[in-house]
Design a protein. Sequence first.
Length: 216
Amino acid sequence: MRLALTPDQLLTTTRAVRKRLDLTRPVEPEVIRECLEIAVQAPTGGNSQGWSFVVVTDAAKRQALGDIYRRGYEEYRRLTAAVAQRILQDPARGAIQQRVISSSDYLAEHLHEIPVFVIPCIRGRLEGKSSREQAGAWGSILPAAWSFMLAARERGLGTVLTTIHLFYEQDAANVLGIPFEKVTQAALIPVAYTQGTEFSPAPRESLDRVVHWNEW
Ligand SMILES: Cc1cc2nc3c(=O)[nH]c(=O)nc-3n(C[C@H](O)[C@H](O)[C@H](O)COP(=O)(O)O)c2cc1C
């Protein structure tokens, strides 16, 4: 399936999809391959291409990663409880925050039921690295991850970039046989067909608050 979105439609309607993922419809391995072929057209620092993509379809491994994610999610909710409470009480942001929490709770609960996970990885470990080195590493994997998500959306698939399982990255590495001391996981991207294919641009802060011309 191809949605034939214009480039601007694709870029403005690729949402974090959680509740609208179709948990019952299988995703063909060829479609994942097609999206990954597009992903590896992304740039990397020095054209290093030190990336790997672990595609997980095995039910027992998805269950194990789902359990790791849920442990991480509990930790995340505990660490961010005070900030989340403040945002919930803000009249301008409370309703959106409530929706994000409900959607995130749903994802945590159902993660293992999502048919495919893609875990983009980058060579090396980043602990203790300078911000220049970190920028080089993250900047050599996240553009590819986003390209994958855009290519998926064009094919009727929904995705959401998640990082919560990285609270227990080593445990996830053990589940998947990733050599933790040499390879960093950048995200876990659940992939499924969406229920309906219409998505809209999301509300964002006004550009004037975030753009600086010539000086900060
Ligand atoms: C670096 C990063 C980490 C994220 N981690 C998670 C996560 O662990 N779990 C989750 O449900 N969403 C996660 N998200 C998704 C964001 O919540 C989502 O992109 C944001 O709410 C905007 O969604 P929208 O583009 O549909 O408005 C993450 C997004 C980014 C960019």
